[in-house]
Write a protein that binds this ligand. Structure first.
Ligand SMILES: C[S@@+](CC[C@H](N)C(=O)[O-])C[C@H]1O[C@@H](n2cnc3c(N)ncnc32)[C@H](O)[C@@H]1O
Length: 303
């Protein structure tokens, strides 16, 4: 099958995992399986557990993965990672990879509603079994709920006014219904008028920031010493969470006036003080990599 999604920062993230051939690895975001395939290629006796909440990725579990003895696919949100792994008898892993957000398949299929460039239903769900869609949010959320989304998830200018504009122009059924409003409200602004609004809606529909916080916390319990946490983000809200998490857990907090115990060590060692960015070559070959940032941490032996 032709791969419809070009994996971002592929070599850099696989290097970051520092794969041991008998290790246990988790790909939290299987997508079209690009990263998973590379991980699997590096395993001999080890195992790869791959998560994706989107049932439509099942078609990418092709001859590369199917019946592979070292591969297990888990169709669940990665926020359930620890529970799902424990249920399969796995308490600790050697590496976790998260390549966050949407795939090219999401953007390129108008019927999923992720793209402001094409007309489609206002859906934006990665998990097609969930009830909340962008249409539900736009047509039913009250002023305060909309204000929070536009202010916190889209950094939208004048979110108070925009929340009221959205309420006053109800109902919305397709992506174009929203673009008509953003074209009017953000007239003359740089970039596409709907970009930030679509980002904010997508984050709310999929609770993207909450599930990211959840899985990062779980990585503290799941990773063995020397295990790697490798995260690729695509916007500043995600990156801020990952950066803060890795920084917090790679520093020992010193309480005022109290000395640090000599045996006290942070849980993580930061492998990337600055994020790794796509090379010039990757940017030329795949413009969708432009906003990607890769951060890597290593679990210390302080357990
Ligand atoms: C950027 S793509 C991953 C692409 C993949 N690394 C590759 O090389 O083909 C992100 C994928 O993660 C999935 N995803 C995003 N958030 C998720 C979550 N919280 N739980 C499970 N899957 C998630 C999406 O459905 C999508 O298929």
């Amino acid at each position: 099958m032709n791969n419809p999604h070009t994996s971002v920062l592929l070599n850099e993230s696989i290097d970051g995992l520092n794969i041991k051939s008998d290790g246990i690895y988790v790909d939290g975001t299987f997508g079209a399986g690009g990263h998973s395939f590379q991980i699997l290629n590096n395993l001999k006796k080890g195992h790869l557990f791959a998560f994706d909440q989107d049932e439509t990725v099942l078609k990418f579990i092709d001859e590369r993965f199917i019946n592979h003895p070292n591969f297990t696919f888990i169709q669940h949100n990665f926020s359930t990672m620890q529970h799902q792994l424990n249920q399969r008898g796995i308490q600790e892993v050697d590496g976790i990879l998260l390549d966050l957000g949407m795939s090219s398949m999401h953007i390129d299929q108008p019927e999923r509603g992720f793209s402001y460039m094409h007309e489609g239903p206002l859906d934006m769900r990665m998990n097609l079994n969930q009830k909340i869609t962008a249409e539900v949010i736009l047509n039913t959320y009250d002023y305060h709920a909309l204000l929070k989304i536009f202010r916190d998830y889209g950094d939208i200018e004048k979110p108070h006014v925009f929340a009221n504009v959205i309420i006053n122009n109800r109902p919305y059924h397709t992506t174009k219904d929203v673009v008509k409003v953003t074209d009017f409200f953000f007239k003359g602004k740089k970039g596409h008028s709907a970009k930030a609004v679509f980002q904010a809606l997508r984050i709310e529909v999929n609770q993207e920031l909450n599930v990211l916080e959840d899985v990062l916390k779980q990585s503290l319990n799941l990773l063995k010493s020397d295990g790697r946490l490798v995260v690729i983000t695509f916007h500043s809200l995600e990156d801020r969470i990952v950066k803060h998490f890795m920084k917090t857990h790679s520093t020992v907090k010193q309480l005022k006036g109290l000395p640090i115990a000599l045996d006290e060590k942070p849980l993580f060692e930061l492998m990337t003080r600055k994020p790794i960015l796509p090379s010039e070559k990757e940017l030329l070959e795949n413009s969708r990599s432009a906003s990607a940032k890769l951060r890597i941490s290593k679990k210390t032996d302080n357990s």
